[in-house]
Design a protein around this ligand. Structure first.
Ligand code: PHE
Length: 397
């Protein structure tokens, strides 16, 4: 239906009255000395938790899988009566995989939505940016998956439920040296991500300590389309394997171009490869490659199998490690809320810090003095497009 003149008149009236209302609200707020940022306070009968994650962009499965894991934990908990007699709700903002957006999202969650805790991010660089804001406002944050050591060094409000890259780099190095018997490994890393730079360094140091040689370190920037210059240099060094500590979209593209250039050495990656998109993008080129990860759906432990059943009752397919880590992070947070005398930032942070032997899907979680977790890693191999269990690497002593 076309819009008639009456329609536009009523629109103008509506707009004018909305503007007057907004002005009045601002005046009232400033008269009381209150904040002028509009934002509904959380309903008194619910506990609001903020999630900031990449729901779009080249790391979109990180945010979406996280959301699936958080929601699964929330639904289970609410079905049992919630936390402290209140229902839990998770509000999610999209970071688009951009560092700048991570800080903005956390600011909004804290100042507008008044969340009592934060879950996220996945990518370490984004967790560092978001963590600084969480720390500044004194709101506890648990990252399910950011593995770079610097993330929790931001301050005493920032926690993680996953292992660190100092351990992950060593795990991949051990696998390369001992299981693959690799002597020479080339590295192609993302110079724009704290995760990738850190993992490269930890791997390199551990591989050298095991008697191996890193033949060359080549860099790219996330989203690059052409890796042929770096891959050509890498090919000339005749490596036994190529370590690509980046995120899945780039890793898939690297695999295709590596095979096209006749580079046949196995590719190795870290947890950043974990996405169903890796096989979609990399296709046959990624087959046979290995990466380290936080869990395997083939693990017979009851925690893993119960989680799989709960997931499959709601979704198709197999949850990636991000879903499992997010599920663990949210459940660990609720457990801390149960124990905390109040949900103030201080009380909640103290309860999270006191977590011991929490039975997670991704392993037993004890939060140490540096607000980190010490857990085992698994090495998986891409077979028929599916990450398939190869071996487990026990936690560092
Ligand atoms: N560990 C990665 C980082 O810190 C993120 C990640 C974790 C990605 C788990 C996939 C699965 O940036």
């Amino acid at each position: 239906m076309a819009r008639g003149p009456n329609h536009s008149v009523s629109r103008i009236v509506r707009r004018a009255s909305a503007a007057i209302l907004a002005l009045a609200a601002t005046l009232v707020l400033s008269a009381c000395g209150g904040r002028t940022t509009p934002g509904p306070a959380p309903a008194p009968d619910e506990i609001l938790v903020g999630h900031y994650g990449s729901m779009t962009g080249s790391e979109a499965t990180f945010g979406r899988s996280s959301d699936e894991g958080f929601l699964l934990a929330v639904e289970e908990r609410n079905a049992k009566g919630g936390v402290k007699g209140k229902k839990v709700r998770v509000k999610t903002y999209d970071t688009q995989g951009k560092t700048q957006e991570a800080g903005t999202a956390v600011t909004r969650l804290v100042t507008d939505d008044k969340v009592v805790a934060l879950l996220g991010e996945v990518a370490s660089s984004l967790s560092i940016a978001g963590g600084r804001v969480a720390q500044q406002y004194g709101v506890p944050m648990i990252t399910p998956a950011s593995t770079n050591p610097a993330v929790t060094q931001v301050g005493d409000m920032v926690f993680r439920v996953c292992f660190l890259d100092s351990f992950q780099g060593e795990a991949v190095a051990k696998f390369a040296a001992r299981s693959l018997k690799a002597k020479k490994v080339a590295i192609l890393y993302d110079q724009g991500q704290a995760y990738s730079k850190g993992l490269k360094d930890y791997f390199g140091a551990a591989f050298a300590a095991l008697g191996g040689t890193v033949t060359t370190e080549q860099a790219y920037t996330g989203g690059d389309q052409d890796f042929s210059a770096q891959l050509t240099t890498i090919r000339e060094t005749m490596p036994d394997a190529v370590f690509v500590p980046g995120y899945y979209t780039d890793a898939g593209n690297v695999a295709i171009q590596a095979r096209r250039l006749g580079l046949t050495a196995p590719l190795l990656g870290g947890d950043g490869w974990d996405s169903a998109k890796l096989a979609e993008i990399g296709g046959a080129a990624i087959e046979g490659s290995y990466f380290s990860n936080h869990y395997s759906h083939e693990d017979p432990r009851p925690e893993v199998q119960a989680f799989l059943a709960a997931y499959r009752a709601k979704h198709h397919g197999t949850p990636d490690a991000m879903v499992a880590l997010a599920y663990d992070a949210a459940r660990l947070l609720f457990d801390a809320m149960d124990r905390a005398p109040s949900l103030s930032g201080k009380d909640l942070a103290a309860a999270i810090a006191a977590t011991k032997d929490f039975a997670g899907v991704t392993g037993k979680i004890t939060i140490d003095a540096d607000r980190n977790a010490n857990k085992s890693a698994v090495i998986v191999q891409m077979k028929g497009g599916v990450p398939t269990f190869v071996e487990s690497i026990p936690p560092a002593e």
